[in-house]
Design a protein around this ligand. Sequence first.
Ligand SMILES: CC(C)(COP(=O)(O)OP(=O)(O)OC[C@H]1O[C@@H](n2cnc3c(N)ncnc32)[C@H](O)[C@@H]1OP(=O)(O)O)[C@@H](O)C(=O)NCCC(=O)NCCS
Length: 189
Amino acid sequence: MTGNMTSPAVPVVIDAMQLADIPHVMHIEHRTFSMSWTSGIYQRELTANPWCHYFVLRPSQPHLPPILAYGGVWQIDTSAHIPTIATHPHYQNHGLGGYLLSHLLLVGAHLGCHEATLEVRVSNMSAQHLYQHLGFITVGKRPRYYNDNLEDALIMTLAPLDEAEIQATLNDRAQRLVHITLPPLSDRS
Ligand SMILES: CC(C)(COP(=O)(O)OP(=O)(O)OC[C@H]1O[C@@H](n2cnc3c(N)ncnc32)[C@H](O)[C@@H]1OP(=O)(O)O)[C@@H](O)C(=O)NCCC(=O)NCCS
């Protein structure tokens, strides 16, 4: 399931993450997470974990970074777990994260999952807002879950993982993407 899920007018293409993408993923990873995954983790995920599916958003217009956002979904029995998702810091709040997350949920639904789960820092309001807008609710807390500052994690779930509803959300998010123009990176940071 790759780029053919996007309309041609959308300025990004969804593609399966490749090993060659990892340096670009790490560029974003180090700028968005205080506890970054290593490139070795991504290599193992892509080569040795048959239950995971990672995707990237590539720009379909020139003068932009090679990857604008990335994320993954793990199939755990009938649950679709989102282990990570991030948007390049220069391109957040353009709808990319919601678009990619909708795609990850759709992949989970296609795999037969009935619900989606994820963990998010209690302080990460922008991510929580996005998840809530997509229908996730908070169902619990993992105390002192994050090693760097012992912050709690909220456990959020979305159920049922209704394919038609997610497809509608994905299309809606794609329509919003059609109307944005992504700014070029001025400093290539
Ligand atoms: C979370 C993240 C992936 C969202 O990506 P994004 O491309 O900015 O997401 P979008 O532009 O699609 O959507 C952002 C949504 O959150 C809302 N939002 C964004 N920032 C917000 C903020 N500071 N406060 C409240 N709401 C906010 C927007 O209004 C938008 O709402 P919508 O669902 O109605 O469109 C991105 O912020 C990111 O990479 N964060 C750092 C890594 C991270 O925290 N990952 C999640 C770990 S659990």
